[in-house]
Design a protein around this ligand. Structure first.
Ligand code: PEP
Ligand code: MG
Length: 588
């Protein structure tokens, strides 16, 4: 049988991208494009007939949306389903409807043209609006517009998403990714985006294989083409031949076997051969993931990205709703710890600002934005405190770059505690507060910063981006996004030793911890807690159970002396070979 290398070097039907979420899948392609409808701007002769057609299309759109709304209420909780209710309200907006009718009468143009023009004006206003959330809503309005136009053109509305397909798209937002996952989507392929773009992270959390940053997959793949997605290597095969299909079917079978072996590890500790215990926690992006966390044997949640709630809801939930979400999670994972991270908004995540920042990744993001919006921050702090009665919640601040930000946040937390005391609402008085180290200035000052809080978690996704000055979501510069660059390894090492020197708990929750190649290094650098995507936990555990702590320490000090990324990766690869440890990427 041919090797993986042979299969790929011979393949003329391959597309290469970035391996964003592991797994192999063979299925039909579904090309996802936001549909652009041709609009006829010609004249009409019968105004009454045109107005009737518009009314009819409007009613049909309402019927369709009502059905979708009912379905949404079945599948999601009511706050999430409310987005469709908002769309329905737009279809009932008397001003919009009157404007369209009046223009049909006056301009005597096709209603589809007037609908397009009138609703596009709304959309434009929203894009330019200085009110929060409006930009996000512009896409919803676009969907409504297309729905009415489609019904005016008497085109049948077809929900083209069928089960078991691979979504191929130019770009996917995290919200798209979550929505698609509800239709049993088998895989994701995108032209744009990098390894740590949030859509990639969401695919990983949902255990859906994904290849991103292919540049041109949407041009090379046609609807219904059979596709093989190899999310381990970032390869795609379009309309594969029999030999290729057979090769990957064997791989899938092998993978199933491999995973069987992992199941037995669930209740065993992540302990090195010489007795060093490592805690494996899970990163959670979507609430539904909690089952995956539990089945994969995580010892707790090391990172709960609360901004994901905003992506799903499209708005900020109030104190009651947030308290409910956090309480549920805390109870489900109890007595294990739940680390809730304050909203990390900004960058490529949830659009909040009413203006566009020239450099959003260097702008008002994470803790900076929260401190600028104290009201919003206080609602989250109060909700977390109210949900902390089980005493298993840890609260973490994202994107910290100065000690002042920590002090201001702690002051606000104290203020919320005082308020709750006055209101006679109980909470965990010893709620542990931590920070993420994701910014070079914070890494340099790790000792001083750690002194201020109870724990520190290293966010390598951002730390690498800021250290290497390379946008984490930009596939054009993904070559420079080097998690094993000596500067990254040395910085991670510095943060670990400085936090330990400050007497505080240290962990890592960036994607680096989920890279099987990195695990011996991270253990050797002295990290006692690794927080990673839930499905990668068993793989990490198997590696840890096969390595000696003593040897990983030697490996780490050798890596700290290297001057290039290649030298470090060579050493890490060699470590696996020398110690006969199988690594997922070697096997697949
Ligand atoms: C990180 O930056 O490493 C991290 C875990 O945070 P996020 O990926 O959510 O930015
Ligand atoms: Mg981050």
């Amino acid at each position: 049988m041919k090797s993986f290398k042979q299969i790929f070097s011979e393949a003329e039907n391959k597309i290469v991208g970035i391996a964003a979420a592991p797994g192999i899948v063979i299925a039909k392609a579904y090309l996802f494009t936001k549909e652009v409808l041709e609009v006829n701007g010609g004249p009409i002769t019968d105004v009454e007939e045109a107005k009737n057609n518009f009314e009819e299309a409007l009613n049909k759109s309402k019927k369709e949306l009502n059905k979708i709304f009912a379905l949404a209420k079945e599948k999601m909780d009511s706050t999430r389903a409310a987005i469709f209710e908002a769309q329905l309200m737009i279809l009932d907006d008397p001003i919009l409807i009157d404007n369209i009718k009046t223009r049909i009468e006056k301009e005597k143009k096709q209603p589809e043209y007037i609908v397009d023009d009138e609703i596009s004006k709304y959309q434009l206003l929203m894009v330019q609006s200085h009110e929060s959330y409006m930009n996000e809503r512009a896409n919803d309005i676009g969907d409504i517009k297309n729905r009415i136009i489609r019904n005016l053109q008497k085109k049948r509305w077809q929900s083209r998403i069928t089960n078991d397909i691979i979504v191929v798209s130019s770009f996917l937002t995290p919200a798209d990714t979550i929505l698609f996952s509800r239709s049993n989507v088998k895989g994701f392929i995108t032209d744009h985006g990098g390894l740590t773009s949030h859509a990639a992270i969401v695919s990983r959390s949902l255990n859906i294989p994904a290849v991103v940053g292919t540049h041109n997959a949407t041009k090379k793949i046609k609807e219904n083409d059979t596709i093989i997605v190899d999310g381990f290597h970032g390869y795609i095969l379009v309309s594969p031949n029999e030999e290729q299909i057979q090769f990957f079917r064997n791989k899938i079978e092998h993978l199933v076997e491999l995973q069987k072996g992992l199941e037995g590890l669930k209740d065993k500790p992540a302990e090195t051969t010489d007795g060093k215990k490592i805690s494996l926690y899970a990163n959670v992006d979507v609430t539904g993931e909690i089952d995956v966390v539990i089945t994969n044997g995580a010892q707790g949640i090391g990172l709960y990205r609360t901004e994901q709630i905003l992506e799903e809801l499209g708005e900020f939930p109030g104190e009651e709703e947030q308290t409910r979400i956090y309480t549920n999670l805390s109870s489900r994972i109890y007595p294990s710890p739940l680390t809730i991270r304050a909203f990390d908004i900004g960058g490529d995540k949830f659009k909040f600002l009413d203006y566009s920042e020239p450099n959003p990744f260097l702008g008002l993001r994470g803790i900076r934005l929260l401190l600028e919006n104290e009201k919003l921050f206080k609602i989250q702090i109060r909700s977390i405190l109210k949900a902390s009665k089980n005493k298993n919640i840890y609260f973490m601040l994202p994107m910290v770059s100065t000690i002042t930000e920590i002090r201001k946040s702690l002051k606000l937390i104290d203020l919320c505690k005082e308020e709750l005391k006055t209101e006679k609402i109980s909470f965990d008085k010893n709620l542990k507060i931590g920070i993420m180290i994701e910014v070079p200035s914070a890494a340099v000052m790790a000792y001083e910063l750690a002194k201020e809080v109870d724990f520190v978690s290293i966010g390598t996704n951002d730390l690498i981006q800021y250290l290497m000055a390379v946008d984490r979501g930009n596939d054009l510069v993904s070559d420079l996004y080097q998690e094993f660059h000596p500067s990254v390894v040395r910085t991670v090492s510095h943060v670990i030793s400085e936090t330990i020197r400050a007497g505080k708990t240290i962990s890592i929750c960036g994607e680096m911890a989920a890279d099987t190649l990195a695990i011996p290094l991270l253990v050797g650098l002295g990290l006692p807690i690794l927080s990673l995507a839930p499905m990668t936990i068993p793989y990490a555990k198997r590696i840890i159970r096969n390595i000696s702590f003593q040897k990983t320490k030697e490996l780490a000090s050798e890596c700290l002396a290297c001057s290039t990324e290649k030298e470090i990766t060579d050493k890490l690869e060699k470590f696996f070979v020398d110690n006969s440890i199988t690594r997922t990427r070697n096997i697949i």
